[in-house]
Every structure is written in C-alpha cells, then in structure tokens.
Design a protein around this ligand. Structure first.
Ligand code: TMP
Length: 210
C-alpha cells in the first residue's frame, strides 16, 4: 500500500504519523517511511537546490520540473522496489504537493503540473492520501514556535500563497475522493495520531477484502 501525507506548512503531519507508524510496526506491518522532495541521495541533492533560501531567482516551471525529477528518482530507487517487496510505503508529501504548491499557489495550473508528473511517475497514484488540513495562520505560527525546524524557501512565501496551497489541497480532495481522507490537523497531536492509525487500518481492511 502506498500512503502519502499532505498538507500546508506546520500541519504536524510528520509528528502525528509517528504514533501510527510505531503501532503498525508493533502489529507486524513492514513500513518504509520516506519523504519528498528527497528520500534517496540524488533526490536529496535536488531537494537542497529547490529549498535553498538563496535561490530566489528560481523560475516556477524550473521548480515544478525539479520536484518532478526528484519524485522520479525517489520512485525508481525506493518507492517502487519497496512496494514490490510488499511493504507499506508512507511518503511525507508526493504529487499532490506539486499540484497544490506549483499548480495552485504558483499559478502554473493543476493540469499542467499533473501532466509533467504523469510523465515522471508513469501514472503512479497513492492508494491513500491523508490531507492534514489546517488554517495557514495556525500552521505558520506552529513553525515559528518550533525552533528545531529549519525555515525553507517556500515557508517564506506570503500568507496569500499559503491560503492558495490550502484551498488547492481541498479542491484536490474533492477531485479524488476515492483516495483522499481529510484530517483536522488543528486537534492535539495525540488525537490526530489516533485518527491517522484508524484511517490506515480501515484502508488496509478494505484492500484485504477486495
Ligand atoms: P517539507 O517542509 O514538508 O519537507 O516540504 C518541503 C517544501 O516543499 C514544502 O514547503 C512543500 C514544498 N513542496 C512543493 O512545493 N512541491 C512538491 O511537490 C513537494 C513534494 C513539496
């Protein structure tokens, strides 16, 4: 099963999912936790270029292509082999981030960005996408309060940009209802963690019954 975690900045998706992952491992599931952009040495190098705060001149299409390139390399080296071995892959961000950030917030258009990604991913779609939904004001305040998290080039975008990211994610959830589940990320980490576990277990149950 291929699960992706999506959401605006500061949604707490990474921390909240840790609880679910440890429970699933206790239950005997083999889990591969990974992230985008990055997840393999080449893809992490691309990540550094994309998120470098000094790369202010980066063009929006260049940005979209670099995310797609990083995604491709990560699929080839890590995601596809792990899925083939029957593991559950949980990926922190995937294609929908490109659709929301580059397609929606940068204004490149969801379908244009989808097209370059279909080439990169050979139409690999997640089985389940958890959308950690949060008001951008609250998410950005969480980031500011968390001194361990490094601020990247996209964090520095305007509040309007982050609102557009959120609204595009919600639009995508409507467009792909069969794989999206929206989680209220403004709740406590414990509540969100329990919800994530429940949603994943429900999906595993459904897939087993097919
Ligand atoms: P992270 O902070 O969750 O590690 O994500 C890195 C940043 O990259 C975050 O601001 C979201 C952004 N991003 C995109 O703009 N497009 C993408 O396709 C991905 C995967 C991430």
């Amino acid at each position: 099963m291929f699960i992706t975690l999506e959401g605006p900045e500061g949604s707490g998706k990474t921390s909240a999912t840790k609880f679910a992952v440890s429970k699933l491992k206790e239950m005997g599931y083999e889990i591969v936790e990974t992230r985008e952009p990055g997840g393999t040495p080449i893809a992490e190098q691309i990540r550094n270029i994309i998120l470098d705060k000094n790369n202010k001149a980066m063009d929006a299409r260049t940005e979209a292509l670099l995310y797609a390139a990083s995604r491709r390399q990560h699929l080839v080296e890590k995601v596809w082999p792990s899925l083939k071995m029957g593991k559950i892959v949980i990926c922190d961000r995937f294609l929908d981030s490109s659709l929301a950030y580059q397609g929606g917030a940068r204004g490149l258009g969801i379908d244009n960005v989808l097209n370059i990604n279909l080439f990169a991913t050979e139409s690999t779609w997640p089985d389940l996408t958890l959308l950690f939904d949060i008001e951008p004001e609250l998410g950005l305040a969480r980031i500011q309060a968390n001194s361990n998290r490094e601020v990247n080039r996209l964090d520095l975008e305007s509040l309007k940009f982050h609102h557009k990211v959120r609204s595009t994610f919600l639009e995508l959830a409507k467009r792909f209802p069969e794989r999206f589940v929206i989680i209220d990320a403004s709740k406590s980490q414990q509540e969100v963690g329990e919800m994530v576990l429940k949603v994943i277990l429900d999906k595993l149950c459904k897939l087993k019954n097919i």
